[in-house]
Write a protein that binds this ligand. Structure first.
Ligand code: NOJ
Ligand code: CA
Length: 527
């Protein structure tokens, strides 16, 4: 039987920024429901919604205080049920975010746990005695500022572990009661009909049982993320994390057709171990297009390495951007938007796109007095803040870009370029980024070569990435110019050289005596 997620195009929605319907400046579930027709029109097939659970919002929802409800800011449980139903009516799958590594410090479990040393929930979190000098139990560092990962609880005289903010205490998954309670959360949402989970920092859930000190990172220099001063040897990717992966997978397998996607920032050899023997993640997120230099040779090499590393039966996947990374169009320059999208949607495997990539949205400029992300506030000026990539979706040229009512101040300012870069404008232009993305999606979803075909790289000169995707009955070539200069490329003899689609959305791409002339920043699909 075919797995739906192998042919899927996943579209990430950051719910705070998609569509506000009640004028409080924050996106909500009714807003997502309103935009489902747009998403169906675009042609994506699954939405992943970042956390919309009750939360004090210290990390904008990644600090969950109730795993089985919806934050009133986003709507109600009934709204989520309606969203699932409305999405399914349009053949769109719904993937929610599961945040197992930590809860909010306001979660009733943690409030109990910190109340006394002998509380029955004490062991649900990691509590340790101070070091002999009274300091933290070991040298582990927390994300977002790079201070100690341990916070002293004055009242009970012990430290608790938080790999992220102090408002995000880590749950102790070695405790069977925690396992049971959290796996039950998965069943709660599967029973509501969702189609899968994206699992937050899945590779950090298990920790070294001896809490050994992490070694210093010899490559760290001032100006880099302070968190990276240490190599996370004992605080991530521990051997028994695979056991954790299997627990989750077993719950998913109690149901039919559910997908589990792991958020895993690891090098390729370690990353692919999170497929397990086909009994761990269906899709360990492959973030390497985000992490690598945007250079043709680097990318060709990356694709080869990833393809070669995949274990037997493992299905690949690719990602260009998400709510933690500067937007693709900003990282590479907006002129590469089409090339990036063509690469994402023609590589072998499931693509995940981030809202706004389909119109070439760029990072917004956030004035100092509007910064809200602790990643920026705790370590200012290093470019680590995530507010720029979380600005409101740009729907039209009205004030607030159609995200919210015109007189509302949205939670983050709308990017300045919205009067030009927006859905309404681009829907009316046959050669816009949006028209291109939609046409590319349409072609991909009916091309067996792109959906299921093999991958084979082709010789290409400077700045050019070229490869073949083929099945027995269909062969297409993808040729991408990542550079600022025109490039030519020799069409191999096993292609007839018919151009199916160009990022330029015109018929001007030239071919003379079997040489394809690519304009700067142009990508084409050929038959
Ligand atoms: C990864 C999420 O994508 C990020 O936004 C969040 O801050 C951390 N995990 C902590 O949950
Ligand atoms: Ca709202």
């Amino acid at each position: 039987m075919e797995n739906w997620w192998e042919n899927a195009i996943v579209y990430q929605i950051y719910p705070r920024s998609y569509q506000d319907t009640n004028g409080d400046g924050v996106g909500d579930l009714p807003g997502i429901i309103e935009r489902l027709d747009y998403l169906a029109w675009l042609g994506i097939t699954a939405i992943w919604i970042s956390p919309c659970y009750p939360s004090p919002m210290a990390d904008f929802g990644y600090d969950v205080s109730d795993y089985k409800d919806i934050h009133p800011m986003f709507g109600t449980l009934a709204d989520m049920e309606r969203l699932i139903e409305e999405a399914h009516k349009r053949d769109l799958k719904v993937i929610l975010d599961f945040v197992p590594n930590h809860s909010s410090h306001q979660h009733p479990w943690f409030i109990e746990s910190r109340s006394s040393r002998d509380n029955p929930k004490r062991d649900w979190y990691y509590w340790r005695d101070p070091a002999p000098d009274g300091g933290p139990p070991n040298n582990w560092l927390a994300h977002f500022g790079g201070g100690s990962a341990w916070e002293l609880d004055e009242k009970t005289g012990q430290y608790y572990l938080h790999l992220f903010l102090p408002e995000q205490p880590d749950l102790n998954w070695r405790n069977p009661e925690v396992q049971e309670a959290m796996l039950d959360v998965m069943r709660f949402w599967f029973d509501k009909g969702i189609d899968g989970f994206r699992v937050d920092v899945s590779y950090k859930v298990m920790k070294d049982p001896d809490y050994r000190d992490n070694p210093p990172n010899p490559d760290w220099k001032p100006g880099m993320n302070p968190f990276a001063r240490l190599i996370q040897k004992y605080s991530e990717n521990q051997p028994d994390n695979h056991e954790f992966n299997r627990w989750l997978r077993q719950v998913a397998d109690e149901y039919e057709d559910k997908v589990l996607i792991g958020e895993i920032y690891l090098d390729i050899p370690e990353l692919v171990t999170h497929y397990g023997q086909g009994d761990e993640f269906h899709l360990p997120f492959n973030f390497h297009l985000i992490r690598c230099e945007w250079d043709a040779a680097v990318i060709s090499d990356l694709i080869e390495k990833y393809e070669a590393a995949l274990p037997e039966g493992a299905w690949p996947n690719w990602v260009l951007g998400n709510h933690d990374q500067h937007r693709f169009a900003t990282r590479t320059g907006v002129a590469q938007s089409g090339v990036g999208m063509m690469l994402l949607l023609t590589l072998r495997g499931t693509p995940t796109m981030y809202y706004g990539e389909e119109i070439g949205m760029e990072d917004g400029d956030i004035p100092l007095d509007r910064l809200v992300d602790p990643a920026e506030i705790n370590a200012p000026g290093l470019g680590l803040g995530r507010d720029p990539e979380r600005t409101p979706m740009q729907w039209d040229r009205s004030p607030n870009a159609g995200f919210s009512l015109p007189d509302v101040t949205p939670w983050l300012p709308t990017a300045n370029n919205y009067p030009l870069i927006n859905v309404a404008e681009q829907q009316g232009l046959p050669d816009s980024m949006l028209s291109f993305t939609r046409q590319l999606i349409t072609f991909r979803q009916q091309s067996q070569a792109l959906l299921k075909g093999s991958y084979r790289s082709l010789e290409a000169g400077d700045d050019v990435v070229a490869f073949i995707r083929e099945t027995e009955n269909e062969r297409v070539a993808v040729v991408l110019n990542l550079g600022y200069s025109p490039r030519s490329w020799k069409i191999p003899s096993d292609l007839n050289g018919e151009i199916i689609l160009s990022t330029r959305m015109d018929k001007e791409t030239e071919i003379f005596s079997r040489q394809l002339y690519l304009r700067r920043h142009e990508g084409v699909i050929l038959r």
